[in-house]
Structure formats: structure tokens, C-alpha cells
Design a protein around this ligand. Structure first.
Ligand code: HEC
Ligand SMILES: [Cu+2]
Length: 319
């Protein structure tokens, strides 16, 4: 019988992917190896300290080199280390190479959000749905600095590097939510660079993909309107990490009362923020740069039409 994935323990989070069992075994191996040798070596040292302390009338004697003993304590740790290298390296290789036919997910990292693209081209920010028991291969890149995609429940971590694709393979085997962190310090809102992986059965996964580009039925408790859906998209895509909604200055201009008001544009006269301006600001942010915000670049976002419309509807409500 397959061993069951373990729930969270005192030291480690719950296991939610196939590799977790092997990684945890290695972790506990190193842990107990260190505990036993630490206690053993320190214990013997303390005992000898007491046993061979200077006593009146006793002279130190010469002890010849105990060759056999020295060989023993050299070779034994080498065998352990050899075993540990072999076991960890094969576990590492498993995470670096994807299973045949693995589902490919494109991951884009940027300050300070994770963006996921499904095999059918749909994308979403901040959360990734995956079918349970299906091997997955992430193809990752970064739009700005080095980030690191870290999912403790999958025991998986790999850097996302600008100008380079990196890969990470795993097979989620428990349904539920797994937290994603950025594990490479990447600036002011590094600690908020979070996402969720939601592992569901095949049917729910397909249903989610079908609904992804459409407005959901419920936003919180109430039925969605374009504006409330727009607010969800705004939050999930990490816009608040650069834009306040209360008038306070952040890395980008506050979006409070932006709609319908003239915006100072660097290198030209003011432009009124109508629907066209907002749409362009979201999809091609560098077309017109708001004066005073030339040092931080807003990353370009990929949204489908109904999504852009919803975000614009939401921005209109920020009075
Ligand atoms: C990395 C920080 C960052 C993120 C994330 C970000 N923006 Fe921006 N945004 C900026 C900066 C900086 C500007 C001003 C420079 C410019 O116009 O490109 C800006 C400008 C804008 C403007 C024009 C504002 C004005 O006052 O005229 C809109 C609208 C906008 N962003 C919407 C969004 C939306 C919607 C999202 C999320 C989908 C988002 N931004 C995510 C940094 C960011
Ligand atoms: Cu990061």
C-alpha cells in the first residue's frame, strides 16, 4: 500500500505532494544523525574531562597512535556522508526533472505577485488551481529581480530569475490549499508576495478553468457586479502593493478619484483619465507615465476584455 501523506507535525507542515515523504525522511535522517552525534561527542568529551582531570601524583602517559580506531572514525562518517549525498541528490533530480506528460504551468514572478498561465492560455494572479495526483511542471521566469517560488507543503522551492527559465516539478497528492511564499528578499513588499495553490479533483479543475475568464457568481456573500469582480481582480493581481485606494502615496499614484480627472503625464500635457486611458494604463503602463512616478515601473498585465472592463468599473467606484 502507498504510505499516506502525513499531516503537520511539530517540525514540518502537512505533506501535500509525492516528494514530501522522501524529503521528510532525509530531513529527519540529518536531524537525528546530528542529535545522536552531538550528544555522543559532547557527552564523551565531558566524561573524559572529568575522568582524566589532573590528580595529585599522576603523570600523563604517552599513548601510541591507535591506527585502527582512527581508520574507523574516518571511514564511518564518510560512509554516512556518501549515503546522504546519494539519497539527497536523487531526491533533488526528481524535483528538477518532470514526469513524462506533466502539465506545464507558466509562472511569472514580479514585484510583488505571482502570475500563473494554464496550458489553455488562461491566466490568473495570486492563485493556481491544480488537479490532484497529476504531475506538474512549472516553467518560471521573473520580470524584474530574483524571486523564489516556495511551497512548504510540497517541499518544493526554486528561484525565478530574470532572463532565464527555471523549472520545478511536483505531483500534488492531497486536496486542499497550499501556501506559496517568495523566499528571496525582493524589496519593500517581499513579505506580501504570496499565492495559493488550490488542489482539487479533475472535475473541479476543469470547471474552474471554464469559469476563469468569466465573472464568478458570488463575490463574497453577494452576487458579483463588474465592480466587485474588478475589486477581486485588483487585489488578487497585487495592484494594492503599489496603489493605495485612500489617496496616500505609494510606489504608484493613489487610484482614489482617478476616473474622470486630469492626470499629469511626464513629457506632455495632462490627460483626462477616461476608460481608454485606464485601459491603456493597465495593459501598456509605459505608454503614458504619470509625472513623479518615473523611477518605479508598473509591469504590463495580461487581462481579457471582460476583466479589464471589470477593473475599470471598480476604479470608477474609488471616489
Ligand atoms: C510595481 C508596482 C505596480 C503594480 C503592481 C501596479 N502598478 Fe499601476 N502604476 C504603477 C506606477 C509606478 C504608475 C505610474 C507610472 C505609469 O503611469 O506607468 C502606475 C500607474 C497606474 C495607473 C494610472 C494612474 C494615474 O494616476 O494616472 C493605473 C490606472 C494603474 N497603474 C492601474 C494598475 C492596476 C489595475 C494594477 C493591477 C492589475 C496595477 N496598476 C499594478 C505601479 C504599479
Ligand atoms: Cu519576491
Amino acid at each position: 500500500m502507498q504510505p499516506q501523506p502525513q499531516p503537520a507535525t511539530f517540525q514540518l507542515p502537512a505533506q501535500m505532494a509525492v516528494a514530501a515523504e522522501e524529503i521528510d525522511y532525509l530531513y529527519y535522517f540529518v536531524y537525528w544523525f546530528s542529535v545522536v552525534f552531538f550528544v555522543g561527542i559532547v557527552g564523551v568529551s565531558l566524561y573524559f574531562l572529568w575522568k582524566y582531570k589532573r590528580r595529585p601524583g599522576q603523570k600523563p602517559e604517552h599513548v601510541p597512535d591507535p591506527t585502527k580506531l582512527e581508520l574507523f572514525w574516518t571511514i564511518t562518517p564518510v560512509l554516512f556522508i556518501g549515503y546522504l549525498f546519494h539519497a539527497s541528490f536523487s531526491a533533488y533530480i526528481k524535483q528538477a526533472t518532470a514526469a513524462e506528460g506533466a502539465m506545464e504551468i507558466r509562472v511569472r514572478a514580479r514585484k510583488w505577485a505571482w502570475d500563473f498561465e494554464y496550458p489553455n492560455g488562461s491566466r490568473e494572479g495570486g492563485q493556481l488551481y491544480l488537479p490532484v495526483n497529476k504531475p506538474v511542471k512549472l516553467v518560471m521566469s521573473s520580470d524584474d529581480v530574483i524571486h523564489s517560488f516556495y511551497v512548504p507543503a510540497f517541499r518544493a522551492k526554486r528561484d525565478a530569475v530574470p532572463g532565464l527559465y527555471s523549472h520545478l516539478a511536483f505531483t500534488p497528492n492531497v486536496k486542499g490549499e497550499a501556501q506559496v511564499y517568495c523566499a528571496e528578499f525582493c524589496g519593500t513588499s517581499h513579505s506580501g508576495m504570496l499565492a495559493k495553490i488550490i488542489v482539487v479533483d479533475e472535475e473541479q479543475y476543469k470547471k474552474h478553468l471554464d469559469e476563469l475568464d468569466k465573472m464568478p457568481e458570488k463575490c463574497g456573500e453577494k452576487p458579483c457586479t463588474p465592480a466587485t469582480w474588478g475589486e477581486q481582480l485588483f487585489v488578487k493581481n497585487g495592484c494594492p502593493s503599489c496603489h493605495s485606494r485612500d489617496g496616500s502615496k505609494s510606489l504608484g499614484p493613489s487610484l482614489k478619484g482617478v476616473f474622470g480627472t486630469p492626470q499629469p503625464i511626464a513629457g506632455s500635457g495632462p490627460v483626462t483619465a477616461d476608460e481608454n486611458y485606464l485601459r491603456e494604463s493597465i495593459l501598456r503602463p509605459n505608454a503614458k507615465i504619470v509625472e513623479g512616478y518615473t523611477t518605479v515601473q508598473m509591469p504590463p498585465f495580461v487581462f481579457k476584455d471582460p476583466q479589464v472592463d471589470a477593473i475599470i468599473a471598480y476604479l470608477k467606484t474609488l471616489k
